[in-house]
Design a protein around this ligand. Structure first.
Ligand code: 13P
Length: 335
């Protein structure tokens, strides 16, 4: 895989008016989502649910890629068509979550470090053969009393850089995701400060590890008020501070930035993205890579009558993709 091909894939991921659907929940995480709507977490239910999402008609109009979990990358539709083929036929690039989850960081109670580097070179080779064109690794930064520590930030960014290097060696575009959690009662300025420090550490580590930024995508969390902060910043403030923070810490050579939704409501996730894209010229396209903010409404509908509700659930997925696709161009209108 040449440098040009990595850059081409990265650019396709953030093509104008398109974004990414994250359906890479681990078995433990999808179980939590299924439990919430009373669905049993069997392999067949997981497969059927992901089939519903991936076969949404015209999804490729607004979706450039989908991040899958290991199990899903190997699955097929009920009729026997591999999901990766369904996706490529729809113009949707297959992506794969390759980290093994965030685990307690020894010596730093309450903080997490993402694991999964051991054996990653071989796993990436296999994922490439299975059709994956990009990968995702999520690091988790928690804001709290005396947290995050510099050690936690740097350990996570070092792992992200090593992951990114292995991806590019395998011809797979790394999506690097340092998520600063919304949990806590901190204000938006604290979130700004921690996000900026984290992004600076990340791009320092990527530089140290010879990462080709032209073949890398950043998956960022927005700068928001902590979930329990009594004073919640409005749409314009979130958009303004997020943009300012990104401009101060992210090199302009990066082909694009996509956001996670992180527990924001569907409407907030769309409105924030839209507001940022209405704020004039910026160095990179800003789009979405939403999990919950793409799926929650559809999952609720689907859970009521699975097979019977496929069409209405897919209509909902399509509507969320269209709204977020419009927001990626700053063209979304509420309602
Ligand atoms: P949410 O949009 O639900 O935060 O999920 C995106 C994701 O992939 C987190 O890693």
């Amino acid at each position: 895989m040449s440098i040009d091909q990595l850059a081409e894939t990265a650019q396709a991921m953030v093509a104008p008016g398109k974004g990414i659907i994250a359906i890479d929940e681990s078995t433990a995480t999808i179980k939590k989502r299924f439990d919430g709507v009373g669905i049993e977490c069997t392999e067949e239910n997981r497969r059927a649910y992901r089939e519903m999402l991936l076969t949404t008609p015209k999804l490729g109009d607004y979706i450039s890629g989908a991040i899958l979990y290991d199990e899903t990358l190997r699955q097929s539709t009920k009729a026997g068509v591999p999901f990766t083929k369904v996706m490529m036929d729809a113009g949707i690039l297959p992506g794969i979550k390759v980290d093994m989850g965030a685990k307690p960081l020894a010596g730093f109670p309450g903080e997490l470090v993402t694991e999964g580097l051991d054996g990653l070179r071989d796993r990436l080779k296999e994922y490439g053969r299975l059709g994956a064109r990009f990968a995702k690794w999520r690091a988790v930064i928690t804001i709290g009393e005396d947290m995050p520590s510099g050690t936690c930030i740097d350990a996570n960014c070092h792992a992200l850089a090593r992951y990114a290097a292995l991806c590019q060696e395998a011809g797979i575009v790394p999506m690097v995701e340092p998520e600063v959690l919304m949990d806590g009662d901190h204000d938006i300025d604290t979130c700004y400060e921690i996000t900026e420090v984290t992004l600076r550490s990340l791009f320092g580590a990527l530089y140290e590890h010879n990462i080709l930024l032209e073949g890398t995508i950043l998956k960022a969390s927005m700068v928001v008020s902590g979930k329990d902060c009594p004073e919640q910043a409005g749409i314009e403030e979130v958009a303004e501070l997020t943009l300012r923070c990104l401009k101060s810490a992210v090199p302009a050579t990066l082909p694009g930035i996509v956001f996670l939704s992180g527990g924001q409501s569907d409407e907030h996730a769309t409105a924030h993205l839209n507001a940022m894209n209405q704020m004039g010229a910026k160095p990179w396209p800003l789009s979405f890579s939403y999990g919950r903010a793409m799926q929650s409404a559809a999952l609720k509908l689907w859970s009521k009558d699975m097979a019977g509700n496929v069409k209405s659930a897919q209509d909902t997925v399509f509507a969320r993709a269209r709204d977020n696709g419009l927001a990626a161009m700053g063209q979304w209108k509420k309602g």
